[in-house]
Design a protein around this ligand. Sequence first.
Ligand code: AMP
Length: 274
Amino acid sequence: MVIVRTIDEFMQSRKKLNGSVGFVPTMGALHKGHLSLITRAKEENESVIVSIFVNPTQFLEGEDLDKYPRKEEADIEICRLAGVDILFMPAIDQMYHKDELMLAAPKVRGYILEGEKRPGHFDGMLQIVMKLLNLTNPQKAYFGKKDAQQLMLIDQMAKDYFMSCDIMPCEIVRDHDGLALSSRNVYLSNEDRQKALSLSRSLQKATQFVMAGEKNAAKIIDAMREVLSATDKIEYIAILNRSFEPLEEIVLQNSIILVAAWIGQTRLIDNVWI
Ligand code: AMP
C-alpha cells in the first residue's frame, strides 16, 4: 500500500494502477462500517483507493470539525490489512484553494432533513465528493446506506454531471446491540449509548409495524416517537420513497424510514430501507 498526501504523489501512484479501480471516500476513524465498503471494493475491483479527509466545507459553524476523531495510525493499519492499494490522506490545501470557482449545490431534495438541519452541509459534501471522484477516476465508488440522503444526492450528481463511475450503495453495519456504527459513537458515554439504542429500536419497531401490515406513515411515526423519547432531542422522523419524496403510506420496496436525534452533544442518524 502506498500512502500519498499530495495531488502530485496521488497522480503518480494512480497512473500505475491497471484494471478496474474501486474507491471508498471516508473521513477516517475507520470502523467496521468503513471496512465493509473497503472489503466490497476489494472483491469487485482489481485495485482499491481509500481517501481519508475530514472535509471542512461540510461542517457548519459550531459543529465538531475540531474534535472530529482522528486516528491516523490505526486507520493506516486497517487499510494495510484490508489490502488497499492507495491510501490518499491530503491536507486541506491539497483539496481547496482560496478562489474556488464552484460549490456543488444540492437543490430541492437536499434541503430537507439533513439539508434543513445542517444548511450548507450537502453543498460541502457534494463539492468534495465531486473533486475526489474526478481525481481518483474509479469505475465504482462505494457509499453507505447509513447516510441515505448523502447517497441519493451523490447518485444524482453522478448522473447529472455525466460522471462515468458507478455509485455502489452498501448495507449499514451495526454493533451487536443494533447501534449503527459511526465515527461519532466514540463521543458516547455508557449511559449515552443506552439512550442511543433507541434510534435503531425505533426503526425495529417501525419494521415490525410494517411486517404486521401497518402502512400508515403517521401511525408508524407516532410509535417511533414513543421509543425515541429516550433521546435528548428528536430532530426528525421521516418516511420517504427512494426519491426522497414524503409518503403517507408505506410502499414496499420503495420506502426509507429515517431518524435523527441528539444524545447529549452528539447527533446521530439511522435509517431502514423497506
Ligand atoms: P464517513 O467517514 O463518516 O464520512 O463515512 C464514509 C463512508 O462510510 C460513507 O459512505 C458512509 O455512509 C459509510 N459508513 C459510515 N458508517 C457506516 C455503517 N455503519 N455502515 C455502512 N457504511 C457506513
